[in-house]
Ligand binder design. Structure first.
Ligand SMILES: [Zn+2]
Ligand SMILES: [Zn+2]
Length: 347
């Protein structure tokens, strides 16, 4: 079968590899579309080394159809449209024993810790497979995983119907929070970033959101103005680094300053360096910082939202490439972050 393989960091190319075996309790999925994630970019650059071992077939956001089912599989049948939750938890660590799987100490993801879906076929245990209604497009089905990140963050933060929120970072994660939040809150949504193009892209999907370029405008003054001086109920940090825009707070501290008293900050950005925060600012507000990692069964919620037409993640897609052009897709994302958000690979 054909697969896009990383053999050395910075290079991904189409290869002929052995089709995986279909084990007992497994499902063979013929992948139709896969999406390049921010984590894939980290892997591509070598930043997940040594967690990632080469050669690797990346891809943890993908969807397709069931080609064949292994012994004992009864919940899906060949021809079903499906997507795959890439998370594999150990079931034995302290977090797993209380059912808090995203905090599993040996959490693994298909496409990061083992081969993933940038391939014609993948064989996965049936418990990772979710059926997708046939009227949902293959492209949207490949974006269920990224949306699940936003739905999980919303659940972790306890987002409610009238909450005003701030999302710092208009990248893939920030946009997944935006799409999820739009199905939950009628409140004001403020999106902050340093790239006008990214803010414009999000605004083209949802024209009633407020956007602020933190390089050009003081985001706290802007938030005060929009919320009538009150501050937001929840601020999501989805930047992924701790760097400050000159004259502004770093992303986490911006979130702390943006919330109302007793508000919440939900952090998702995977920064490699400490972010300085001033504890007083947190204490005065008796605020809470909540962390959100991957997802926890939110695939079902996303599929329901897609089924009812409540979300259209296609609006995040800025390019579709054939699998053989995966390198081009990665290079576009690396070199033109203002122009590209989600790139799909057609397989
Ligand atoms: Zn991802
Ligand atoms: Zn565990």
């Amino acid at each position: 079968m054909k697969a896009a393989v990383i053999r050395e960091y910075g290079k991904i190319s189409l290869e002929e590899v052995r089709k995986p075996e279909l084990g007992k309790g497994h499902v063979m999925v013929r992948v139709k579309y896969a999406s390049i994630c921010g984590s894939d970019q980290h892997i591509f650059r070598g930043e997940f080394h040594p967690r990632t071992q080469l050669p690797l077939i990346p891809g943890h956001e993908f969807a397709g159809v069931v080609e064949e089912v292994g012994e004992g599989v009864t919940t899906v049948t060949p021809g079903d449209k499906v997507t795959v939750d890439p998370i594999i938890w150990c079931g034995k660590c302290a977090a797993c024993l209380i059912g808090h799987f995203p905090a599993c100490t040996s959490l693994k993801l298909a496409g990061i810790d083992l081969d993933g879906g940038f391939a014609e076929y993948i064989s996965v245990p049936v418990n990772m497979v979710y059926k997708v209604p046939s009227h949902v497009s293959d492209e949207n089905a490949a974006l269920i995983e990224i949306l699940s990140i936003g739905f999980h963050a919303s659940a972790r933060a306890g987002l409610e119907a009238d909450d005003d929120i701030l999302i710092v970072g208009s990248g893939k994660v920030g946009n997944s929070i935006l799409h999820a939040a739009k199905t939950i809150t009628r409140g004001k949504i403020i999106l902050a970033d340093v790239l006008d193009e990214r803010l414009a892209l999000a605004k083209s999907a949802f024209n009633d959101i407020y956007t602020v370029n933190t390089r050009k405008e003081d985001p706290l003054a802007f938030i005060r103005e929009i919320t009538g001086g009150r501050g937001v109920d929840i601020a999501f940090e989805a930047v992924g680094h701790e760097k400050e825009v000159e004259g502004r707070y770093n992303p986490v501290r911006l979130c702390i300053n943006a919330i109302r008293g007793a508000g919440k900050v939900c952090v998702l950005g995977l920064s490699d360096h400490p972010a300085a925060i001033l504890m007083k600012e947190l204490i005065w507000k008796e605020a809470r910082i909540i962390a959100s990692r991957v997802s926890h069964g939110e695939f079902a919620r996303v599929i329901d939202a897609l089924d009812r037409g409540l979300v259209n993640p296609e609006k995040m897609v800025t390019g579709i490439f054939d699998l053989e052009d995966a390198q081009k897709g990665f290079e576009y994302l690396e070199n033109e972050p203002a122009k590209h958000l989600k790139i799909l690979l057609k397989i």
